[in-house]
Design a protein around this ligand. Structure first.
Ligand code: NAD
Length: 300
């Protein structure tokens, strides 16, 4: 990228380093890191917007990468934490964001907490334009082994927390988004929604329901200008991922068989989430966007 193109992309002269050869005018080259470059091109993209981010547990959480990305693009974020266990970590992380970020407790199975969390976020941020849903849970005994052995309790737990919570939160943010003339919701899925991934079991079933909900919610909320999409992420080493038996082998195998032949990062998932909630995706809704180094495109 050079000259006018670099300026249009928000790349400033101090971000561009020239080698000795370049200084001699041979071949100007952009040497900023990919992360710096991505931040520069999206600066101000979400200026004046507000986002409720659900699913930050620690610095490895995909939701944390998304919160950082939205914050860097100009949005003000509110972060929820799941009970006292993660409160301190989430409050500390919130303090690292560039803009003041209120925090609030949210156990998604508790209607009262869901009402209170959305109301507090709307009040403290002055409205809600964006909802990030990055929540998943299944009983340990239902991950690994055979799907056929899933208990009704295990099924209810996985689907209530990992799928239904999107519907429950979408219903609560809808009036706030309507007040702002529209909004955007993004959730996190995985390829096991579409294919059988041994061991992922009831979480795969929950992700299928989640992706279906994205389509139904897109229809219901579309007339209010509210868009609903999902990012289907390849394996990322997070707390939730550690609960999946054989996760490391799965991640390595996926990396080896992906067109890009590598694992993906939480930051790359966050970039896609930023795109989907931004005006750049204004005609995109009901969509599942794969961020998996191309793994989903492969047959073998
Ligand atoms: P994570 O453990 O950092 O995040 C999961 C979050 O869910 C945590 O913040 C946890 O507090 C929250 N949560 C669980 N049960 C809850 C409940 N009852 N009430 C409120 N919050 C609850 O792990 P992550 O990998 O960042 O997961 C975020 C999302 O990304 C999940 O939907 C996950 O399925 C999805 N995802 C992850 C991967 C991966 O490889 N890590 C790949 C594809 C999709």
């Amino acid at each position: 990228m050079r000259g006018r193109t670099a300026r249009a992309a928000g790349i400033r002269p101090h971000m561009v380093k020239h080698s000795a050869a370049e200084r001699e005018g041979i071949s100007p080259r952009l040497l900023v890191s990919p992360a710096e470059e991505r931040r520069a091109v999206t600066e101000g993209l979400l200026e004046g917007r507000t986002a409720l981010v659900v699913g930050v547990a620690n610095k490895r959480s995909i939701a944390w990468a998304i919160a950082r990305r939205l914050d860097a693009a100009g949005a003000r974020c509110a972060l929820t934490f799941q009970g006292e266990r993660t409160q301190r970590d989430v409050e500390r992380l919130a303090g690292e964001l560039g803009r003041p970020a209120p925090t609030m407790t949210l156990e998604v199975t508790d209607d009262g907490q869901a009402d209170a969390a959305v109301a507090k976020a709307a009040q403290e941020l002055g409205g809600i334009d964006i909802l990030v849903h990055a929540v998943a849970f299944a009983l340990a005994e239902d991950l690994g082994g055979r799907y056929v052995d899933t208990s009704l309790e295990g099924f209810r737990t996985a689907l209530e927390i990992s799928s239904y919570s999107l519907t429950a939160l979408a219903r609560r943010v809808e009036p706030h988004m309507r007040e702002r003339g529209g909004g955007a919701i993004v959730t996190l899925s995985y390829l096991a929604a579409q294919r059988a991934v041994p061991g992922y079991n009831v979480m795969g079933v929950a992700k299928s329901a989640l992706e279906s909900m994205v389509r139904y919610l897109a229809w219901d909320l579309g007339e209010a200008g509210i868009r609903v999409n999902a990012v289907s992420a390849g394996p990322v080493r997070t707390l939730a991922a550690r609960g999946i038996p054989g996760f490391t082998e799965m991640a390595e195998a996926a990396a080896g068989r992906s067109p890009l032949r590598r694992e993906i990062t939480a930051e790359e998932v966050a970039d896609a989430a930023l795109f989907l909630v931004s005006p750049l995706a204004s005609a995109i809704t009901g969509h599942v966007l794969y961020v998996d180094a191309g793994f989903h495109a492969m047959g073998l």
